[in-house]
Design a protein around this ligand. Structure first.
Ligand code: ADP
Length: 191
């Protein structure tokens, strides 16, 4: 199996691109944001506990997302690999993911990082707020906080992956099709 991380700040287009890439390359798309929102929508205890954290734009505890991912890794059959979207978000989550994969004779093969200007991110998130109904997109202060949290806690993963030789920056500006083309070209080399 070939395993990819798709990376980038909120609004960089990870989710949109992941859905298309997963379909094109027969990958299992795992988005912890989607999984958490599904818990909230289902009204579970976990969802109730996580929703106030998410509505502030803070990260939920590492153990919560690690457990969700572990369950999915073992339950997946018939796929060419995994596409991790919005996970890992801390260096601790990255170390855990590596351990989980190594135990199963797999690794993180490539980290694709979407680079997008700050102004463009804010613009896209404002637009998405009108369409998606996601409460964490609606409040500009929460949007800014999510970008700050990304810089403080998530961006350090880039250095971690750079040292492992798996970091690949991708221009995340342009049309959805342009960006899809760039990502596909890089991913094809592994599949
Ligand atoms: P975006 O990348 O647009 O901010 P996501 O759907 O990936 O959106 O995540 C939404 C929220 O869910 C985050 O702001 C955070 O509160 C929570 N979340 C998602 N994934 C993780 C994770 N791996 N670790 C901690 N919190 C997470």
């Amino acid at each position: 199996m070939v395993n990819f991380l798709i990376f980038g700040p909120p609004g960089s287009g990870k989710g949109t691109q992941s859905v298309r890439l997963a379909e094109k390359f027969n990958l299992m798309h795992l988005s912890t944001g989607d999984m958490l929102r599904a818990e909230i929508a289902a009204g579970t205890d976990l969802g109730k506990r996580m929703s106030s954290i998410m509505s502030k734009g803070e990260l939920v505890p590492d153990e919560v997302v690690i457990e969700m991912i572990a369950a999915k890794i073992d339950g997946t059959k018939g796929k060419a690999g995994f596409l991790f979207d919005g996970f890992p978000r801390t260096v601790a989550q990255t170390e855990e993911l590596e351990k989980m994969l190594n135990k199963r004779e797999m690794k993180i093969d490539s980290m694709l990082v979407l680079d997008v200007d700050h102004n463009e991110l804010v613009k896209r998130l404002m637009l998405r707020a009108e369409q998606s109904g996601r409460p964490d997109d609606k409040d500009p202060a929460v949007v800014e906080n999510r970008i700050d949290v990304y810089k403080a806690k998530t961006e350090p993963i880039i250095d971690y992956c750079r040292k492992r030789g798996i970091y690949q920056p991708v221009n995340g500006m342009g049309t959805i099709d342009d960006i899809f083309g760039r990502l596909s070209k890089l991913m094809k080399k592994y599949l």
